[in-house]
Ligand binder design. Structure first.
Ligand code: SAJ
Length: 420
């Protein structure tokens, strides 16, 4: 088909879009594409995700044929995790691509939203698609449009976050951009290649990882010289340009920041470059749970206690405040170490009740002598020094620096923050 005809079909919403992967990226995309008038269907291997999508009034299925057959456009939004050796794991992307390649027809559009190393679309996705007998760049259009969802963000969402796209050729880029311009209400910026679009996403998140590592290392250093890093960040933030505040904490979790740098590190290694700096940043961020344990030991020692048999509340399992996602959360290495050291632990996370061992914050507090804050949930930010005193809490290890240090210390409760 002439590209103009395809563009007309897109503008007239005459194509069927199949979104593969209905997690925190795919489901919002499926919903907004449906809202914009496209004929859509969602595909996921997890029946619970399909049920959730149907409850949100979009068509979804676990059935490959029902979803992939008769679709003109396939948008792949499946996870790209790392394995236990921090090696990228493309299993989900490869199986989704293999499934799609069985249903391709002339002028199909395939777009990858999953975060991958630069070069993945060209070197892995295209060869898998070409196995269909149709040729990417000749018979089908292929592009990369990295997802930019920030779970829990009240301001930025799939509708208003600008996107970048890159095509394996100019026509693929034009088609993909036209498609997203008819779904997303924000700017769609065309890069010169899929490789550049893949790199944009990795760079965005690696930028964040190294900046967090920078402030985490400063926190360790300032702990030694009795400087409150928070006060310094606040001071540095008065500079109206050239400084971007990041916060120290008990660790960097989640399926983006803690993962994406490894995709670039491995890709670069294969191409003969060693990302010393990115690896060091990952090492520093991965050291923060251990550093938090050190602060717990220090805090308990100041009241003549040790971790063994101490009654301790671990507040938070999620990787960041306001969400229930526990992937790569620093809570688990901290919890494992505390259990190894024989602590008597109560776990509470209002967003992860199925893994909590007590039913409320009050129960966690009144059954404990010490608290460790791991997640900056809004509920935990409201914990007052008075509440701690009334519950007989002797020491607070504030892994997210969210409590009122001075007020807590005034109540003769030991306070240990990360860098404060
Ligand atoms: N964290 C710190 N210090 C900081 C910021 C975060 O320790 O200054 C920790 C958090 O506690 C968490 C981890 O890092 O454990 C990741 O936090 P995050 O706020 O970066 O949250 P994510 O992983 O949901 O990141 C997403 C990303 N969005 C996408 O990948 C599409 C990221 O690009 C966004 O910059 C980020 O949201 C955001 O800005 O909130």
């Amino acid at each position: 088909m002439m590209i103009n005809l395809l563009i007309e079909k897109i503008k007239n919403k005459e194509i069927r879009i199949c979104v593969i992967g209905l997690g925190y990226v795919g489901l919002p995309l499926l919903k907004i594409a449906t809202e914009k008038g496209f004929n859509t269907i969602g595909l996921d291997t997890d029946i619970e995700k399909v049920k959730k999508a149907i409850k949100e009034e979009v068509k979804a299925t676990t059935n490959l044929n029902e979803s992939l057959n008769d679709s003109d456009c396939f948008i792949i939004c499946v996870p790209t995790p790392i394995d236990e050796n921090h090696r990228p794991d493309l299993r989900f992307v490869e199986s989704a691509t293999q499934a799609v390649s069985k249903y391709l027809k002339k002028d199909s559009i395939v777009i990858l939203e999953s975060t991958v190393a630069p070069g993945t679309t060209e070197e892995i996705i295209v060869p898998l698609l070409n196995k269909s007998g149709l040729e990417a760049g000749k018979d089908i259009y292929v592009a990369q449009c990295p997802e930019r969802i920030d779970p829990g963000n009240k301001k930025w969402n799939v509708r208003n976050i600008p996107r970048v796209i890159g095509g394996i050729d100019e026509e693929s880029a034009v088609v993909a951009r036209m498609l997203y311009e008819n779904i997303i209400e924000a700017e769609i910026v065309k890069m010169n290649s899929t490789r550049a679009a893949e790199a944009v996403k990795i760079v965005e998140n690696t930028f964040r990882d190294v900046n967090i590592a920078f402030i985490n290392e400063l926190a360790k250093s300032f702990d030694k010289i009795n400087i409150d890093i928070f006060e310094v960040i606040k001071g540095a933030s008065t500079k109206p340009f050239g400084f971007m505040p990041h916060l120290p904490g008990c660790g960097v979790g989640g399926h983006c920041i803690a993962i994406d740098p490894y995709y670039l590190i491995e890709k670069a290694e294969k191409s003969g470059f060693n990302h010393n700096f990115l690896k060091l940043a990952r090492e520093i961020n991965n050291s923060m749970p251990e550093y938090t344990i050190k602060k717990i030991i220090e805090g308990l020692n100041e009241v003549g206690k040790c971790i063994k048999n101490s009654k301790l509340a671990l507040l938070g399992l999620a990787y960041k405040g306001g969400v229930g996602d526990t992937r790569e959360s620093p809570a688990f290495p901290i919890l494992n170490k505390l259990e190894k050291l024989g602590a008597n632990i109560r776990i509470f996370d209002p967003y992860v009740l199925d893994k909590s061992t007590v039913k409320s914050l009050d129960e966690a507090l009144n059954k404990s002598d010490f608290i460790v804050i791991v997640t900056d949930h809004p509920e935990f930010k409201k914990i007052t020094a008075e509440k701690l005193k009334n519950n007989g809490i002797m020491a607070v290890i504030d892994g997210r620096n969210i409590l009122d240090k001075e007020r807590i210390k005034k109540m003769n409760i030991i306070y240990k923050g990360i860098g404060r």
